[in-house]
Design a protein. Structure first.
Length: 57
C-alpha cells in the first residue's frame, strides 16, 4: 500500500506542476508532465489493486 500511495502523491504533484506550466504558456513541458502523470496514476491504480488482492489471500 505504501508504494501505491507514493505513486499517487507523485502523480498528483506532476499534474499540479503540469497545469501551472500549461497556464504559463509552456505547452511542451506541461503537456509532457500531464501525460506522464496519467501514466504514473495508472501504475498506482494497478499496483494498488494487486496489493489489495494479495492482502485478501
Amino acid at each position: 500500500m505504501k508504494r501505491s500511495k507514493g505513486l499517487l502523491i507523485v502523480g498528483l504533484l506532476m499534474i499540479s506542476i503540469g497545469t501551472s506550466l500549461v497556464a504559463m504558456q509552456n505547452f511542451g513541458i506541461g503537456l509532457f508532465l500531464l501525460i506522464s502523470a496519467v501514466v504514473v496514476l495508472l501504475f498506482a491504480l494497478v499496483i494498488g489493486a494487486k496489493e489489495k488482492r494479495a492482502s485478501k489471500n
